[in-house]
Ligand binder design. Structure first.
Ligand SMILES: Cc1cc2nc3c(=O)[nH]c(=O)nc-3n(C[C@H](O)[C@H](O)[C@H](O)COP(=O)(O)OP(=O)(O)OC[C@H]3O[C@@H](n4cnc5c(N)ncnc54)[C@H](O)[C@@H]3O)c2cc1C
Length: 444
């Protein structure tokens, strides 16, 4: 995500304690997900006084810790990559050391049918070498893969679907099945028939063709809460900023004093307001600010895709051959051995992207795949599925680009605001930083 890094300027990885302003402008941040928390941290660094309002009992939003049978698990298995510059810097700022909390491994796509791609480094050359040495690709496939990589290095300016891009660059069925379709659904959570080729190309450029290490997979070795949201909340508290969990903002009004936020019982006044709720929740929050009704309508046009994570607990002696395995067809798309990632031994997490089947059917399909792949696997001790119905926005060429409001005292933050990127932790963090910088900039 180099272009955006250049736009945002350097991110300091440390913050001098004690620099919180006690007199600076106040900022209400509605939403304690990764965007809202990053925004709050960045506000502090700019001498603003943020207060975070989070409706849920804990922080983290769509990337949070949940309690299941006494275990601390995630609402959904997440993967970060080496190109997540802003996220990694933000983690460092709040004292969450990414080198300790994330297991870094070179990009390795290991498929249940024997296909294997291993990138030795994130450089363009490393990727070319990976294609050349890929197990399961013939020469026609390799040449076609390099043709696509060359094509996305020269953006055409007009968006199309990923399927259109694959056809235009004459991709083989093998490449589509093992490379582009799984990478597209993993990165955009939208299938190739509908996904935006422009966004897909941006992701490939930043990761597979990016700087050394950009395509590395960073697999969380702790639950999502410990990765960033909880250290961020502690860091904010240590800087005299309130993180008010369990408080749902019901209305935002405006008068001569500033922005009035109400949770239905009390009202607080702030100089600035940042809307860092999920995009489907933002239009209602803008309801009492009639001059933002066109913006609310635009955000209301976004469509969404679900993701299901099926947790299955086996006997603690169960160990899968790889920490992460891909499946070219059917459910799940990815299987994780959480025991190999610092979690409870014997616990597996299966991801079904853009999931549309009912829960029982999803679980049955996932378990059938696991049994087919690992015939010695005993019956699971328990199975639990968490489905996030609006996990990400639907990343198609038709997605509307959302502009910030004209009034610089108001900002939006969230993973849906970067036109070149899909809904990711990195988009959320970058949008939060950008929102803080926007409202801290002196008025023209
Ligand atoms: C299952 C799943 C798997 C994913 N996998 C990956 C992955 O592997 N890699 C990756 O990079 N990304 C992944 N993502 C996407 C990533 O989690 C999101 O892009 C990111 O968490 C969005 O953060 P956000 O802060 O923009 O929004 P949110 O996390 O949605 O935060 C918004 C917050 O606002 C709060 N809120 C809303 N309304 C109010 C109100 N009125 N008052 C107070 N609070 C309010 C909500 O409770 C919520 O906590 C995944 C998402 C899901 C769901």
């Amino acid at each position: 995500m180099e272009n955006l890094a250049a736009q945002l300027g350097p991110l300091n990885s440390t913050h001098a304690p004690g620099s919180t302003s006690r007199t600076g402008p106040t900022v209400a941040i509605i939403g304690g997900g990764w965007a809202g928390l990053s925004c709050a941290v960045e506000c502090v660094r700019h001498g603003l006084r943020p207060t975070v309002f989070e409706a849920a009992a804990g922080v983290g939003g769509r990337a949070r810790t949940v309690g299941l049978d006494g275990l601390r698990l995630d609402n959904g298995q997440h993967i970060l990559i080496g190109a997540y510059d802003a996220t990694l810097a933000m983690m460092r700022t709040v004292g969450a050391d990414p080198d300790r909390l994330l297991l870094r491994q070179p990009l390795a796509l290991t498929f249940a049918d024997g296909f294997e791609l291993r990138a030795r480094s994130g450089s363009r050359l490393g990727l070319a070498m990976a294609f050349l040495g890929c197990r399961g690709l013939g020469w026609r496939d390799r040449v076609a893969a390099l043709r696509l990589m060359r094509a996305i290095g020269r953006p055409s300016g007009k968006d199309e679907t990923v399927a259109g891009l694959l056809a235009r660059t004459a991709q083989t069925a093998n490449n589509t099945r093992h490379l582009w379709a799984p990478l597209c659904i993993a990165a955009l959570n939208t299938g190739i028939a509908d996904a935006s080729a422009h966004v897909f190309a941006c992701v490939l450029r930043d990761s597979l063709m990016g700087a050394r290490g950009a395509s590395d997979l960073l697999l969380p070795g702790v639950d999502l809460g410990q990765l960033f949201p909880e250290p961020a909340a502690h860091w904010l508290a240590a800087h005299d900023c309130a993180v008010r969990t369990g408080v749902r903002v019901r209305a935002v009004r405006e008068d001569a004093r500033g922005f009035l936020l109400s949770d239905g019982t009390a009202e607080d006044v702030f100089d600035h307001v940042v809307f860092a709720a999920s995009p489907h929740q933002v239009p209602a929050l803008l309801g009492d600010l009639p001059r933002l009704s066109a913006l609310a309508a635009q955000i209301g046009l976004l469509e969404y895709e679900p993701i299901s994570t099926v947790y299955a607990a086996f006997d603690t002696s169960v160990r899968l051959p790889a920490a992460m395995t891909g499946f070219a067809e059917g459910e799940p798309h990815w299987l994780f051995d959480r025991g190999a990632l610092g979690g409870p031994a014997g616990l597996t997490a299966s991801i079904v992207s853009a999931a549309t089947m009912p829960r029982e059917q999803t679980e049955a399909a996932v378990l059938a795949t696991l049994r087919a792949q690992h015939p010695d696997l005993p019956a699971p001790l328990w199975v639990r599925t968490i489905t996030e119905k609006r996990a990400t926005f639907r990343c198609t060429p038709a997605r509307v680009a959302i502009e910030q409001p004209a009034d610089a005292r108001i900002a939006l933050a969230g993973d849906y605001l970067l036109p070149d990127y899909p809904a990711t932790l990195e988009s959320a963090v970058r949008s939060g930083i950008a929102a803080a910088r926007r409202i801290s900039a002196p008025s023209p």
